[in-house]
Design a protein around this ligand. Structure first.
Ligand code: AMP
Length: 374
């Protein structure tokens, strides 16, 4: 059988098959994909816009999961949540220099693109096999800094001039106390990502609780048409919250790294027992951090681990301002940060962690839920 082409000329089946294959391969190679997957890799704003437009017209819901890469189960839990609720999941992978202070670990932040691609390809297959999902991972947005900052990157200094989203006083509290440019960088890059991808839903982790409060506020204060979904913190079996920075810990510090979690749990148990005042709740956490440190300091330098507690906080869940008493109708947020110092007297062959185990700042939090008896 001979088919007719558009002009009515007869074309052979061989030509037809070749033509179809060529067109399909041209379509495939028109954009980059993650190897062994249909996931598009988009590197420019223009590419995202081109991809995004038909999704509107088709009434497809887009979910965005912003990340800095070095993907772990915490990130994957957010992608799974997004796939359950949206037709197209976009994962952004961008290490945003604006949220790193000049003395912070931007240069050594783990960049694991090839590994991340494998993880996403595997996860996408898992999502495809699970009939409970609305969508899959449609695309990864991995822009360059010049793409994200079209007028030029403004710099990482506190007094850098440029176009920023500044949210005070919340960005000055807690994490913002030691990292004055952090939330300015986060809010700025998230607004950019939201404007580029135009998602209906965005997914953030509870692990970074102050960030999640800031994102909710960003959406509310700038009236963005976006639903913010917060996924619960994914932890290792001993309670340590997963973090891309855990690779720096090494074996010795990894064992002690759960101290912050244990301290927050101790404080939570005071609240669950009925304590509402700041002093009783936080005292329980401080007892844990002090006792563990004293225990460590009693060991020999080649065995011990030292850390500095940056803060342990009991804050209002909406403003992140410190609270003197928890209103049980509203609950609160227990959060903390500790800096694990590099190990002393490293032993030959000791696993110090990536980059020879620099100081690692760990953060964690527990939500004190409103009490149901009220
Ligand atoms: P990051 O790549 O560290 O910027 O994190 C990207 C997103 O993953 C943020 O919304 C984080 O809050 C979230 N995230 C990071 N670690 C965890 C975790 N252990 N559990 C749940 N979400 C997480």
């Amino acid at each position: 059988m001979f088919a007719l082409n558009l002009r009515g000329y007869a074309i052979s089946p061989t030509f037809n098959r070749t033509f179809i294959r060529t067109m399909a391969s041209a379509r495939r190679s028109a954009y980059e994909t993650i190897p062994s997957s249909p996931i598009r890799v988009m590197r420019t704003v223009e590419a995202v816009r081109r991809w995004r437009k038909p999704q509107y017209l088709d009434h497809r819901i887009v979910g965005l999961v912003p990340t800095m890469g070095a993907l772990h189960e915490g990130h994957l839990s957010l992608i799974r949540a997004a796939a359950r609720e949206t037709h197209h999941v976009v994962v952004s992978i961008y290490v945003n220099p604006a949220q790193f202070g000049i003395k912070e670990d931007l240069a050594s932040y783990p960049v694991t693109w090839d590994e991340d691609c494998k993880v996403l390809a595997n996860l996408d297959r898992e999502l495809a096999d699970d009939g409970g999902n609305l969508g899959r991972i449609s695309a990864v947005f991995a822009p360059t800094t010049s793409e994200m900052y079209p007028s030029g990157f403004p710099g990482q200094e506190v007094d850098s001039k440029g176009s920023f989203v500044v949210m005070t006083p919340i960005s000055e509290l807690l994490e913002g106390g030691t990292r004055p440019t952090f939330f300015r960088g986060v809010a700025t890059v998230c607004l950019k990502l939201f404007n580029i991808v135009q998602p209906e839903k965005v997914y953030f982790g509870q692990k970074d609780v102050q960030q999640s409060v800031i994102i909710r506020k960003l959406v509310r204060d700038f009236t963005l048409p976006i639903d913010v979904v917060i996924g619960s913190t994914v932890r290792d079996s001993d309670g340590l919250a997963l973090s891309s920075r855990n690779v720096y810990l090494g074996e010795r510090r990894r064992k002690v790294a759960t101290t912050l979690y244990h301290a927050l749990k101790a404080a939570e148990s005071q609240y669950l027992k009925g304590a509402l005042d700041r002093e009783s709740i936080l005292k329980a956490a401080k007892t844990v951090t002090t006792d563990v440190l004293n225990q460590q300091l009693s060991l020999a330098p080649e065995e011990r681990v030292r850390y500095e507690v940056d803060y342990i906080s009991l804050a209002d869940p909406l403003s992140m301002e410190e609270m003197s008493v928890v209103d049980p109708k509203q609950g609160g947020v227990l959060s903390g940060a500790i800096k694990m110092l590099p190990v002393e007297s490293a032993q030959p062959g000791e696993d110090l962690g990536s980059n020879d185990g620099p100081a690692v700042r760990l953060i964690d939090n527990i939500i004190l839920k409103p009490s149901s008896g009220i």
